[in-house]
Ligand binder design. Structure first.
Ligand code: 5GP
Ligand code: ZN
Length: 116
């Protein structure tokens, strides 16, 4: 189920420390080590899924849980009214560097569109 070489699996298992701010049976959220906004939280499934390309139809519930966590964390961080961005990068061209599915939740500043 989990990948012993995966950084985010190690964080999910408590083997590597992170500033965890939200936990449930299926997801975990922690602050990004190199924040790109005043609020920058990574929301991950506990289950190892490398990229969006690896998602199966049966994983729909996990994806729902990632977004439900984003909604709750945005409110807890106080960025829900002004607005925030959620991003999931897939593979090299999009800038994915950690191959365990994660939703970036960014808030606390204005964001440009289109993204760089
Ligand atoms: P990606 O580029 O794959 O979409 O996002 C990976 C994110 O993970 C980056 O924003 C990076 O700063 C963050 N990151 C990488 N290593 C660690 C770590 O050890 N701890 C935490 N909290 N974040 C990390
Ligand atoms: Zn993993």
């Amino acid at each position: 189920m989990n990948d012993s070489n995966c950084l985010f699996c190690k964080i999910a298992e408590g083997e590597i420390k992170a500033d965890v701010i939200h936990e449930s049976d299926s997801v975990l959220a922690f602050r990004d080590i190199n924040p790109q906004a005043p609020t920058h939280v990574l929301i991950i499934p506990r289950q190892h899924i490398a990229t969006i390309n690896d998602l199966q139809d049966k994983d729909a519930g996990i994806i729902g849980s990632l977004f439900a966590a984003a909604r709750d964390i945005a409110k807890a961080e106080g960025v829900h009214t002004d607005g925030y961005r959620v991003t999931m990068n897939c593979n090299k061209a999009a800038g994915q560097t950690v191959f365990h599915l994660h939703l970036h939740l960014l808030g606390g500043r204005n964001f440009a569109w289109p993204p760089g």
